[in-house]
Design a protein around this ligand. Structure first.
Ligand SMILES: NC(=O)c1ccc[n+]([C@@H]2O[C@H](COP(=O)([O-])OP(=O)(O)OC[C@H]3O[C@@H](n4cnc5c(N)ncnc54)[C@H](OP(=O)(O)O)[C@@H]3O)[C@@H](O)[C@H]2O)c1
Length: 261
Protein backbone atom coordinates (compact mmCIF):
# COMPACT_ATOMS: atom_id res chain seq x y z
CA UNK A 1 0.00 0.00 0.00
CA UNK A 2 1.32 3.45 -0.89
CA UNK A 3 0.92 5.42 2.32
CA UNK A 4 1.23 8.71 0.41
CA UNK A 5 3.74 10.07 2.91
CA UNK A 6 6.51 10.78 0.43
CA UNK A 7 8.21 14.16 1.00
CA UNK A 8 6.47 14.88 4.33
CA UNK A 9 8.38 16.27 7.28
CA UNK A 10 7.95 14.09 10.36
CA UNK A 11 9.04 15.19 13.84
CA UNK A 12 9.62 12.20 16.12
CA UNK A 13 10.20 13.00 19.78
CA UNK A 14 12.09 10.22 21.52
CA UNK A 15 13.43 9.26 18.12
CA UNK A 16 16.90 8.28 19.31
CA UNK A 17 15.79 4.96 20.80
CA UNK A 18 13.14 2.30 21.02
CA UNK A 19 9.73 2.84 19.46
CA UNK A 20 10.57 6.38 18.28
CA UNK A 21 13.67 5.17 16.46
CA UNK A 22 11.69 2.35 14.81
CA UNK A 23 9.10 4.94 13.70
CA UNK A 24 11.86 7.13 12.23
CA UNK A 25 13.17 4.17 10.21
CA UNK A 26 9.70 3.43 8.79
CA UNK A 27 9.00 7.07 7.87
CA UNK A 28 12.37 7.27 6.10
CA UNK A 29 11.45 4.13 4.17
CA UNK A 30 8.29 5.95 3.05
CA UNK A 31 10.42 8.79 1.65
CA UNK A 32 9.86 11.29 4.47
CA UNK A 33 12.26 13.85 5.91
CA UNK A 34 12.59 13.16 9.61
CA UNK A 35 13.67 15.22 12.61
CA UNK A 36 14.42 13.38 15.86
CA UNK A 37 14.45 14.84 19.37
CA UNK A 38 16.08 13.35 22.47
CA UNK A 39 18.21 14.59 25.37
CA UNK A 40 21.50 12.72 25.03
CA UNK A 41 23.73 14.07 22.23
CA UNK A 42 25.89 10.96 21.82
CA UNK A 43 22.81 8.70 21.61
CA UNK A 44 21.26 11.04 19.08
CA UNK A 45 24.39 11.09 16.92
CA UNK A 46 24.54 7.31 16.99
CA UNK A 47 20.84 7.01 16.09
CA UNK A 48 21.14 9.41 13.13
CA UNK A 49 24.27 7.66 11.85
CA UNK A 50 22.62 4.24 12.26
CA UNK A 51 19.64 5.30 10.16
CA UNK A 52 22.04 5.94 7.27
CA UNK A 53 19.67 8.40 5.60
CA UNK A 54 22.06 11.32 5.10
CA UNK A 55 20.39 14.73 4.93
CA UNK A 56 16.91 13.22 5.22
CA UNK A 57 17.36 12.82 8.96
CA UNK A 58 18.31 15.49 11.48
CA UNK A 59 18.77 15.09 15.22
CA UNK A 60 18.07 17.73 17.87
CA UNK A 61 18.80 17.65 21.58
CA UNK A 62 16.26 19.06 24.03
CA UNK A 63 14.71 18.14 27.34
CA UNK A 64 11.01 18.25 26.53
CA UNK A 65 9.99 18.56 30.17
CA UNK A 66 10.92 22.24 29.62
CA UNK A 67 8.28 24.03 27.51
CA UNK A 68 10.76 26.67 26.30
CA UNK A 69 13.20 23.98 25.15
CA UNK A 70 10.35 22.15 23.41
CA UNK A 71 9.36 25.31 21.53
CA UNK A 72 12.97 25.92 20.47
CA UNK A 73 13.15 22.32 19.21
CA UNK A 74 9.98 22.78 17.15
CA UNK A 75 11.37 26.03 15.69
CA UNK A 76 14.71 24.34 14.90
CA UNK A 77 12.95 21.35 13.30
CA UNK A 78 10.96 23.65 10.98
CA UNK A 79 14.04 25.76 10.21
CA UNK A 80 15.86 22.59 9.15
CA UNK A 81 13.27 20.54 7.26
CA UNK A 82 10.35 22.95 6.76
CA UNK A 83 6.80 22.88 8.19
CA UNK A 84 6.00 19.80 10.27
CA UNK A 85 3.40 17.61 8.53
CA UNK A 86 3.43 14.79 11.07
CA UNK A 87 4.28 14.74 14.77
CA UNK A 88 4.96 11.47 16.59
CA UNK A 89 5.38 11.77 20.35
CA UNK A 90 7.39 8.93 21.84
CA UNK A 91 9.63 10.75 24.34
CA UNK A 92 8.25 9.26 27.51
CA UNK A 93 10.31 8.12 30.44
CA UNK A 94 7.92 7.56 33.34
CA UNK A 95 9.64 5.29 35.87
CA UNK A 96 7.99 2.06 36.98
CA UNK A 97 7.82 1.92 40.76
CA UNK A 98 6.24 -0.73 43.00
CA UNK A 99 3.16 0.86 44.64
CA UNK A 100 4.54 0.49 48.17
CA UNK A 101 7.53 2.69 47.19
CA UNK A 102 5.38 5.49 45.79
CA UNK A 103 5.69 9.01 47.18
CA UNK A 104 3.98 12.18 45.89
CA UNK A 105 7.11 13.19 43.95
CA UNK A 106 6.87 10.02 41.84
CA UNK A 107 3.44 11.13 40.58
CA UNK A 108 4.74 14.61 39.74
CA UNK A 109 7.77 13.10 37.98
CA UNK A 110 5.60 10.81 35.88
CA UNK A 111 3.42 13.67 34.69
CA UNK A 112 6.54 15.68 33.81
CA UNK A 113 8.34 12.89 32.00
CA UNK A 114 5.35 11.42 30.13
CA UNK A 115 2.41 13.85 29.97
CA UNK A 116 4.16 17.21 29.69
CA UNK A 117 6.90 16.00 27.33
CA UNK A 118 4.07 15.31 24.87
CA UNK A 119 1.96 18.40 25.62
CA UNK A 120 4.91 20.80 25.33
CA UNK A 121 5.47 19.71 21.74
CA UNK A 122 1.84 19.21 20.74
CA UNK A 123 0.85 22.69 21.85
CA UNK A 124 2.94 24.70 19.36
CA UNK A 125 2.74 22.07 16.62
CA UNK A 126 -1.06 21.66 16.64
CA UNK A 127 -1.48 25.45 16.36
CA UNK A 128 0.88 25.62 13.37
CA UNK A 129 -0.79 22.65 11.71
CA UNK A 130 -4.19 24.25 12.31
CA UNK A 131 -3.02 27.52 10.76
CA UNK A 132 -1.88 25.58 7.67
CA UNK A 133 -5.10 23.53 7.60
CA UNK A 134 -3.41 20.12 7.69
CA UNK A 135 -1.40 17.79 9.89
CA UNK A 136 -1.40 14.51 11.78
CA UNK A 137 -0.28 13.74 15.32
CA UNK A 138 0.25 10.26 16.76
CA UNK A 139 0.93 9.84 20.46
CA UNK A 140 2.62 6.65 21.64
CA UNK A 141 0.83 6.19 24.95
CA UNK A 142 0.51 2.74 26.60
CA UNK A 143 -1.97 0.14 27.82
CA UNK A 144 -1.03 1.12 31.38
CA UNK A 145 -3.43 4.04 30.91
CA UNK A 146 -6.34 1.62 30.52
CA UNK A 147 -5.36 -1.31 32.72
CA UNK A 148 -3.89 -0.29 36.08
CA UNK A 149 -0.63 -2.02 36.92
CA UNK A 150 0.65 -1.94 40.53
CA UNK A 151 4.14 -0.99 39.28
CA UNK A 152 2.99 1.65 36.82
CA UNK A 153 0.38 3.79 38.59
CA UNK A 154 1.91 7.27 38.05
CA UNK A 155 2.98 6.46 34.46
CA UNK A 156 -0.40 4.84 33.83
CA UNK A 157 -2.16 7.97 35.09
CA UNK A 158 -0.08 10.08 32.69
CA UNK A 159 -1.10 7.68 29.90
CA UNK A 160 -4.79 7.99 30.81
CA UNK A 161 -4.46 11.78 30.72
CA UNK A 162 -2.74 11.60 27.32
CA UNK A 163 -5.56 9.50 25.85
CA UNK A 164 -8.07 12.13 26.95
CA UNK A 165 -5.87 14.94 25.61
CA UNK A 166 -5.46 13.14 22.26
CA UNK A 167 -9.20 12.56 21.82
CA UNK A 168 -10.03 16.11 22.94
CA UNK A 169 -7.44 17.77 20.70
CA UNK A 170 -8.68 15.65 17.78
CA UNK A 171 -12.21 17.00 18.26
CA UNK A 172 -11.00 20.56 18.83
CA UNK A 173 -8.60 20.77 15.87
CA UNK A 174 -10.45 18.49 13.42
CA UNK A 175 -12.26 21.48 11.87
CA UNK A 176 -8.82 22.97 11.05
CA UNK A 177 -7.66 19.81 9.29
CA UNK A 178 -5.58 18.23 12.07
CA UNK A 179 -5.97 14.56 13.07
CA UNK A 180 -4.78 13.30 16.45
CA UNK A 181 -4.60 9.63 17.42
CA UNK A 182 -3.07 7.56 20.20
CA UNK A 183 -1.44 4.15 20.08
CA UNK A 184 -1.30 1.89 23.13
CA UNK A 185 1.54 -0.63 23.04
CA UNK A 186 1.84 -3.42 25.55
CA UNK A 187 5.32 -4.54 26.74
CA UNK A 188 7.63 -3.76 23.83
CA UNK A 189 11.25 -4.87 23.47
CA UNK A 190 13.08 -1.58 24.09
CA UNK A 191 15.61 -0.31 26.64
CA UNK A 192 12.75 0.86 28.85
CA UNK A 193 11.58 -2.69 29.26
CA UNK A 194 14.61 -3.64 31.35
CA UNK A 195 13.73 -0.98 33.93
CA UNK A 196 10.10 -2.13 34.05
CA UNK A 197 11.11 -5.76 34.46
CA UNK A 198 13.45 -4.82 37.32
CA UNK A 199 10.60 -3.00 39.14
CA UNK A 200 8.26 -5.96 38.65
CA UNK A 201 10.98 -8.33 39.87
CA UNK A 202 11.40 -6.29 43.09
CA UNK A 203 7.65 -6.35 43.69
CA UNK A 204 7.40 -10.09 43.17
CA UNK A 205 10.72 -11.03 44.78
CA UNK A 206 11.81 -12.55 41.48
CA UNK A 207 14.41 -11.87 38.76
CA UNK A 208 13.97 -9.71 35.63
CA UNK A 209 14.55 -12.77 33.40
CA UNK A 210 11.89 -14.75 35.21
CA UNK A 211 9.44 -11.83 35.05
CA UNK A 212 10.05 -11.52 31.31
CA UNK A 213 9.54 -15.27 30.78
CA UNK A 214 6.25 -15.14 32.69
CA UNK A 215 5.12 -12.05 30.74
CA UNK A 216 5.83 -13.81 27.44
CA UNK A 217 3.93 -16.92 28.56
CA UNK A 218 0.91 -14.75 29.47
CA UNK A 219 0.77 -13.13 26.02
CA UNK A 220 -1.84 -14.65 23.69
CA UNK A 221 0.71 -14.40 20.85
CA UNK A 222 3.39 -15.99 23.06
CA UNK A 223 5.85 -13.09 22.83
CA UNK A 224 6.32 -9.39 23.53
CA UNK A 225 5.89 -6.72 20.85
CA UNK A 226 8.77 -5.42 18.74
CA UNK A 227 9.25 -1.66 18.25
CA UNK A 228 8.74 -2.21 14.51
CA UNK A 229 5.27 -3.68 15.12
CA UNK A 230 4.27 -0.54 17.01
CA UNK A 231 5.88 1.70 14.38
CA UNK A 232 3.88 0.08 11.55
CA UNK A 233 0.63 1.24 13.16
CA UNK A 234 2.01 4.69 13.97
CA UNK A 235 3.07 5.26 10.35
CA UNK A 236 -0.32 4.13 9.03
CA UNK A 237 -2.24 6.41 11.42
CA UNK A 238 0.01 9.33 10.44
CA UNK A 239 -0.58 8.75 6.75
CA UNK A 240 -3.27 10.16 4.45
CA UNK A 241 -4.55 6.56 4.12
CA UNK A 242 -5.96 7.01 7.65
CA UNK A 243 -7.67 10.25 6.64
CA UNK A 244 -10.91 9.57 8.53
CA UNK A 245 -9.27 8.08 11.64
CA UNK A 246 -9.02 10.74 14.32
CA UNK A 247 -9.53 10.78 18.09
CA UNK A 248 -8.90 7.02 18.13
CA UNK A 249 -6.97 5.08 20.76
CA UNK A 250 -5.65 1.93 19.14
CA UNK A 251 -4.13 -0.98 21.08
CA UNK A 252 -1.05 -2.85 19.89
CA UNK A 253 -1.15 -5.48 22.60
CA UNK A 254 -1.63 -8.80 20.84
CA UNK A 255 -5.01 -9.24 22.63
CA UNK A 256 -3.27 -9.20 26.00
CA UNK A 257 -6.04 -6.95 27.37
CA UNK A 258 -9.13 -8.00 25.42
CA UNK A 259 -11.61 -5.17 25.90
CA UNK A 260 -14.19 -3.27 23.92
CA UNK A 261 -13.53 0.30 25.09
N1 LIG B 1 8.59 -0.19 25.76
C1 LIG B 1 7.42 -0.48 26.25
O1 LIG B 1 7.18 -1.61 26.75
C2 LIG B 1 6.29 0.54 26.19
C3 LIG B 1 4.98 0.09 26.43
C4 LIG B 1 3.95 1.02 26.40
C5 LIG B 1 4.21 2.36 26.15
N2 LIG B 1 5.50 2.77 25.93
C6 LIG B 1 5.71 4.20 25.70
O2 LIG B 1 6.31 4.41 24.45
C7 LIG B 1 7.17 5.56 24.50
C8 LIG B 1 8.56 5.15 24.00
O3 LIG B 1 9.00 4.11 24.82
P1 LIG B 1 10.35 3.33 24.50
O4 LIG B 1 10.22 2.01 25.14
O5 LIG B 1 10.67 3.44 23.06
O6 LIG B 1 11.37 4.21 25.37
P2 LIG B 1 12.98 4.34 25.26
O7 LIG B 1 13.57 3.21 24.52
O8 LIG B 1 13.44 4.64 26.64
O9 LIG B 1 13.15 5.67 24.38
C9 LIG B 1 12.69 6.89 24.88
C10 LIG B 1 13.12 8.00 23.97
O10 LIG B 1 12.66 9.25 24.50
C11 LIG B 1 13.76 10.14 24.72
N3 LIG B 1 13.40 10.94 25.89
C12 LIG B 1 13.05 10.51 27.10
N4 LIG B 1 12.77 11.54 27.91
C13 LIG B 1 12.94 12.67 27.18
C14 LIG B 1 12.83 14.05 27.45
N5 LIG B 1 12.49 14.51 28.67
N6 LIG B 1 13.08 14.94 26.47
C15 LIG B 1 13.44 14.51 25.24
N7 LIG B 1 13.58 13.21 24.92
C16 LIG B 1 13.34 12.30 25.89
C17 LIG B 1 14.96 9.19 24.91
O11 LIG B 1 16.21 9.76 24.62
P3 LIG B 1 17.12 10.41 25.80
O12 LIG B 1 17.07 9.45 26.95
O13 LIG B 1 18.45 10.63 25.20
O14 LIG B 1 16.42 11.69 26.13
C18 LIG B 1 14.64 8.13 23.86
O15 LIG B 1 14.95 8.60 22.57
C19 LIG B 1 7.20 6.01 25.96
O16 LIG B 1 6.31 7.07 26.14
C20 LIG B 1 6.69 4.79 26.71
O17 LIG B 1 6.02 5.16 27.91
C21 LIG B 1 6.55 1.89 25.93
Amino acid sequence: MDLQLHGQHVLVTGGSRGIGLACAREFLREGCRVTLVGRDAARMEQACAGLGAGEAVRGLCADLTDPAAALLAVDAAEAGHGPIDVLVNSAGAAKRTPFAELEPQAWHDAMQSKFFTYVHVMDPVVRRMGARGRGAIVNVVGMGGKVASPTHLPGGSANAALMLASAGLAAAWGPRGVRVNAVNPTLTLTDRLAEGLAADARLRNSTPDEVRRQAEQKMPLGRLASPEEVAALVVFLASPRASYVSGAVVSVDGANSPMVV
